[in-house]
Design a protein around this ligand. Structure first.
Ligand code: FES
Length: 111
């Protein structure tokens, strides 16, 4: 894989718990949306094992911003790709953001 020109790396949790909650569909939807929008040279994806956020799964993490997304679905996965294309975030699914020093919960809803 040539990374020259890639500007986003999206980690797709495919650990046991996330898989039980639909990670396969999320992975397929995100990868298909990347292809259909012609972004394969811009957005690289990697399937991962558990990221330690099982209660919030399926989990998706986007770098370089370091934004962790929770409760992802096929639909929200497609929306995420469209947002990333515009250098935006999918606010309604964010669990953690990174401020350049460390990760922080996105809101105080505690879930
Ligand atoms: S299996 Fe995805 S966070 Fe644990």
């Amino acid at each position: 894989m040539e990374l020259n020109g890639v500007n986003q790396h999206v980690m797709l949790c495919n650990g046991k718990s996330c898989t039980k909650n639909g990670a396969d569909e999320v992975t397929e939807a995100i990868r298909n949306e990347i292809k259909s929008l012609g972004l394969a040279q811009k957005i690289h994806t990697t399937k991962t094992l558990c990221n330690g956020q099982c209660k919030r799964g399926p989990t998706v993490i986007a770098y370089p911003e370091g934004v962790w997304y929770k409760h992802m679905t096929a639909d929200s996965g497609r929306q995420l790709v469209q947002r990333l294309q515009k250098e935006e975030q999918l606010d309604e699914h964010i669990s953690y953001t990174h401020n350049g020093t460390s990760f922080h919960p996105y809101n105080d809803q505690g879930e």
